[in-house]
Write a protein that binds this ligand. Structure first.
Ligand SMILES: NC(=O)c1ccc[n+]([C@@H]2O[C@H](COP(=O)([O-])OP(=O)(O)OC[C@H]3O[C@@H](n4cnc5c(N)ncnc54)[C@H](OP(=O)(O)O)[C@@H]3O)[C@@H](O)[C@H]2O)c1
Length: 284
């Protein structure tokens, strides 16, 4: 058990009901952050809040905010609910994600892209002013090494349900979008005091693999990290003082590494930003 001293910082993390996000949220709360845990269902957040309470003898501060990233009304409500609290925001971790998902989100995007990119894009747009007011502040985008499999973005496919086996191709595209988004956001927030990091957490034993074909998840199971290990790179980018001057880079194993050539394509990053803005023009 650890008595927690508040550090005066506020963090919001998406997808903190399980896996990497749950562990990241717990560690941040134990480091003294006032943590907002988002997911779709309070029943799934409650055990995380209870665990944080238990580990800290109720001295850590963690709260729940409802968020369905596939539904733009829910994203707007989440941002509004957070802003209504009149708190600063020093850290936003865009962690939530899905893999192997078929169909479209409520907002009409390919499911994985809609959750991983579009929902986070809108949430971050709605909270950017707050991040700037709270600077120094950080945005960590949990992407994936899988972004390397996507050589570009076919924008027409993003409005259609996944068609590839296990939606693997769509997952790679969504994760490429995460890395490009982080790069473009860093460029747009240059010298505002808000810095941005894209992260690959490693291959981690979490619920995200549940929809993959069995042979694929079995093979991956041989190499998987624990969620505690999987949270390390997110925590590194979220908290290490020496990273305060870095922005727009991609990290694996707590180190900057080169992202794929497509993920470094600044014109593509800008095109993705502008397309997303256009899709969301009535929401922002
Ligand atoms: N595990 C890996 O090996 C691995 C590798 C590379 C990258 N990643 C990335 O790491 C991140 C975390 O994944 P994980 O492995 O920890 O998976 P996980 O255990 O399945 O957690 C995913 C989280 O995302 C949330 N989520 C899913 N769909 C959502 C939606 N429509 N709206 C709001 N929240 C939603 C889930 O919350 P609910 O309770 O609402 O379902 C859950 O909290 C993802 O972005 C993933 O792509 C994971």
């Amino acid at each position: 058990m650890a008595q927690v001293q508040p550090n005066g910082k506020v963090a919001l993390i998406t997808g903190a009901s399980s896996g990497i996000g749950r562990e990241t949220a717990k560690q941040l709360a134990l480091q003294g952050y006032h943590v907002f845990i988002t997911c779709r269902d309070f029943a799934k957040a409650k055990p995380v809040l209870d665990e944080i309470d238990q580990c800290s003898e109720q001295t850590a501060k963690a709260e729940y905010l409802a968020l369905e990233l596939g539904n733009l009304e829910s994203v707007k409500a989440c941002a509004k609910n957070f802003l209504s609290l009149n708190l600063p925001l020093h850290l936003l971790i865009a962690n939530a994600g899905v893999a192997g998902a078929k169909g479209l989100t409520d907002s009409g995007f390919e499911q994985t892209f809609g959750v991983c990119h579009v929902g986070h894009f809108l949430l971050i747009q709605l909270l950017t002013e707050k991040l700037q007011q709270s600077a120094p502040a950080r945005v960590v985008v949990v992407a994936s090494k899988a972004h390397r499999h996507a050589k570009g973005i076919d924008f027409d496919q993003l409005l259609k349900p996944a068609s590839s086996l296990g939606a693997i191709k769509e997952y790679s595209t969504a994760k490429l979008a995460n890395v490009l988004f982080a790069k473009e956001l860093a460029r747009r927030l240059f010298s505002t005091g808000v810095t941005v990091y894209a992260v690959h957490p490693g291959v981690v034993a979490t619920d995200i693999w549940r929809k993959l074909p069995k042979p694929m998840s079995k093979l991956l199971g041989k190499f998987m990290l624990t969620p505690q290990q999987g949270a390390l790179t997110s925590l590194h980018c979220a908290t290490k003082p020496q990273l305060a001057g870095e922005s727009g880079f991609y990290y694996e194993d707590c180190k900057v590494v080169q992202s794929s050539p497509a993920a470094q394509d600044l014109a593509l990053a800008q095109q993705l930003w502008e397309r997303t803005e256009l899709w969301l023009r009535s929401e922002i």
